[in-house]
Design a protein around this ligand. Structure first.
Ligand SMILES: Nc1ncnc2c1ncn2[C@@H]1O[C@H](COP(=O)(O)OP(=O)(O)OP(=O)(O)O)[C@@H](O)[C@H]1O
Ligand SMILES: [Mg+2]
Length: 237
């Protein structure tokens, strides 16, 4: 191979290598909507943006994101060819994400709720951290610990990661979403972030509603992605 050809080949190889946009979905609490959010976001990147997408199930306790994939496969749903779903519930997940970055346009991590170590490690490699929270008091209480851990991890992140709280399971027929927004944006002392724990949470404007569509999505490949599409447009604008 001539020097010229070799350089051209190298250039082509570099041009086709990806540098994935990494979205970590995490909250140090169970049942908040992490897996559902991770799946919808992964489908948005794979189906709408048509990027090679990796959905990583890093939940050390339950692995529902991977089960979702297995059930969908078994039930004959067509999995987008550019979507790969893998399990990786291990403490060295940061290293794994770094390895996979050049193979995918987007990597979505379901960080689970049980391991602050995996959560921390994943956030060190994230471009966005998405923290789904339902508009109830008990869910909001776990945000403070989640953001404490996220802040420690962000200090080790070299990519200007931004963190966002997203209200999910919002039922506009009740006062809960309004109340939750107020409490997140004007927290009482001890219930916010920052050194005095009184600063507002970075709340996304886009709200994910409480829809049967989401409750029934497990094990399927939904095509109605509009709320999560809107969310990701907001958070990447
Ligand atoms: N927007 C929504 N509206 C209504 N129900 C929802 C919504 N998102 C998720 N759910 C339901 O909430 C429950 C928990 O969701 P999910 O499994 O995604 O949460 P999780 O945080 O991954 O839970 P775990 O910590 O157990 O892994 C499920 O029954 C799911 O169907
Ligand atoms: Mg889950």
């Amino acid at each position: 191979m001539s020097e010229n050809t070799r350089i051209k080949t190298l250039a082509a190889a570099t041009a086709s290598a990806w540098d994935a946009f990494v979205i970590v979905v995490g909250m140090l609490k169970g049942g908040t909507g992490k897996t559902t959010s991770a799946w919808f976001i992964a489908l948005y990147y794979a189906v709408v943006l048509e990027l090679p997408t990796l959905l990583l199930d890093a939940d050390a306790t339950s692995q529902s994101a991977y089960d979702w994939f297995k059930v969908a496969q078994a039930e004959g749903f067509e999995i987008p060819a550019n979507l790969v779903v893998e399990r990786y519930p291990f403490d060295d997940i940061a290293e794994y994400i770094r390895e996979k970055r050049s193979e995918f346009g987007a990597i979505v991590v379901d960080a689970g709720g049980g391991s602050s170590r995996i959560f921390h490690e994943a956030v060190t490699e994230a471009n966005r951290l998405i923290v789904p929270v339902a508009p109830t008091k008990i869910e909001r209480r776990k945000l403070v610990a989640t953001f404490d851990e996220a802040e420690r991890a962000a200090a080790r992140n070299e990519r200007d990661v931004t963190a966002h709280v997203v209200l999910v399971k919002a039922d506009d027929r009740t006062s809960l979403p309004r109340t939750a927004k107020d409490k997140l944006l004007e927290p009482a002392e001890g219930e916010g972030i920052g050194p005095e724990r009184d600063e507002p949470f970075p709340l996304a404007e886009t709200v994910i509603h409480s829809w049967v569509h989401y409750m029934e999505a497990f094990g399927e490949v939904p095509t109605e992605l509009s709320e999560y599409a809107e969310l990701m447009k907001e958070l990447t604008a």
